[in-house]
Write a protein that binds this ligand. Structure first.
Ligand code: LLP
Length: 419
């Protein structure tokens, strides 16, 4: 089965489910993100089914794509959420997410964010340092509450992924070192009356394409869990983080089913509820970025296709040298291909969407930048005062605008000239 279950050609024209991308571009303009509801639901259900009756909670990592429509679809399916800011908390609540299914990750939660989460009554705080734990205990005391906590422990496992998105090595800023974990659990259990230990948590990185590092991390967590339980510290849930990769090009990551099955097998007969925090693997291949060719420039050494989407819309190529497949919305079989550098209008050489792509192009052609559902819109910016793109969700034939294109007026509305 193709990785793009909802983006397929029909008579050489690319569709999102049953909706024509040409029609979408006509109605809403470009650049725009286009998501498929069916693909999102299918990915969630694949995760859910793979747990096969085992007590579990899928906490979607909101940072991957935080559009309210996406959060709402997942909330309706019963999903939980992994948030990393007060802003993400507000989004989840607005989208109808259940606070009792929210875990709060991140190394730098501030007081306001913690207060907001304590008021909402979230499932747990994934605490990343001793100082954060003390601060949370103090705040909960002031609010006359008890904060549910899980310690994020750094298992020192090599995720074998891009260094910017590897988080589980001891030199990374994330989590509590394994060697200190037991001591801090004891502090939490015996000295801090306003926190309650609920879980144990890790996350080793993103876009992992092999199962082994996940299992290595899980085994280290389980050994710690067993030691804690022997010392009378009760752990209700084990959160094994996110990180499952998707196929952007030639990668062949494990299937969702194989990944979840391997995690469940490593946990074995233990009674803890299993949590995971997938982001990319839920939404990555459920979205594309639709863009139009503005100009073609055939220079002596290189051909450039200058399109209307740029690094501010999709930052991954510029930031990680990431590869995204670029497909023509209309396939032209007979014409000659050229090798193009597909670039945006932003004034930086790093502003590219793809290098050396074989395409047959004319001005105004539409292109689809694939696998853009995760870390696309959520990492977009207004660099070069470019209003952010519109977002569309397709559901069968139906086309829903789920975020209107920004206007320049909105961008400058809160700025002020000196009196
Ligand atoms: N949980 C925690 C604590 C995380 O930090 C992350 C991602 C996730 C879950 C979700 O990971 P996923 O399942 O999506 O791999 N901007 C980068 C990815 C950064 C990931 C940051 N943390 C990219 O575009 O590749």
């Amino acid at each position: 089965m193709s990785k793009f279950i909802s983006f397929t050609y029909n008579h050489d024209q690319l569709f999102a489910e049953s909706a024509s991308l040409i029609e979408i571009a006509k109605e809403f303009g470009t650049p725009c993100y286009v998501y498929s509801r069916a693909a999102l639901v299918a990915a969630y259900q694949e995760f859910n089914r793979a747990f096969a009756g085992r007590d579990h909670l899928i906490c979607y990592a909101v940072k991957a794509n935080s559009n309210l429509a996406i959060l709402n679809i997942l909330a309706c399916l019963g999903s939980g959420f992994d948030i990393v800011s007060g802003g993400e908390l507000q989004r989840v609540l607005k989208a109808g997410g259940d606070p009792q299914k929210i875990v709060f990750s991140g190394v730098g939660k501030n007081q306001d964010e913690m207060r907001m989460a304590l008021t909402a009554g979230i499932l747990c705080f994934n605490v990343e340092s001793e100082m954060e734990l003390l601060s949370l205990n103090q705040l909960a005391k002031e609010m006359d509450k008890i904060a549910p906590v899980s310690l994020r422990v750094n298992p020192d496992v090599d995720a074998k992924t891009h260094p910017y998105i590897s988080t589980g090595l001891k030199e990374n800023k994330f989590g509590i070192p394994m060697a200190e974990a037991e001591r801090i659990y004891h502090t939490a259990a015996h000295e801090l009356p306003h926190v309650r230990i609920t879980g144990l948590d890790c996350h080793i990185g993103s876009q992992l394409t092999e199962i082994d590092p996940f299992i290595e991390a899980s085994n280290k967590m389980l050994a710690l869990l067993d030691r804690l339980e022997k010392q009378g510290i009760c752990i209700e849930h084990l959160d094994l983080g996110g990180g499952l990769g998707i196929s952007y090009s030639q990668e062949s990551p494990p299937s969702i089913k194989d990944y979840v099955t391997a995690l469940c097998n490593s946990v074995g007969q233990r009674k803890q509820r299993i949590l995971i925090e997938p982001g990319r693997s839920l939404v990555g291949n459920t979205g594309l970025l639709l863009t139009r060719v503005e100009y073609l420039k055939h220079a002596p050494h290189r051909n450039f296709a200058i399109v209307d989407a740029a690094m501010n819309d999709l930052m991954r190529p510029a930031l990680y040298d990431a590869y995204h497949e670029i497909l023509p919305v209309v396939k032209k079989s007979s014409e000659v291909n050229n090798t193009y550098q597909v670039v945006g209008p932003v004034c930086e050489t790093g502003d590219f969407l793809g290098h050396d792509r074989q395409l047959s192009l004319t001005k105004d052609d539409l292109l689809a930048v694939m696998s853009a559902g995760a870390y696309g819109m959520s990492m977009s910016s207004n660099y070069n005062t470019r209003p952010r793109a519109a977002e569309i969700m397709v559901d069968g034939h139906a086309i829903h605008l789920i975020r209107a294109r920004e206007t320049v007026e909105q961008l400058i509305a809160s700025e002020k000239i000196l009196d």
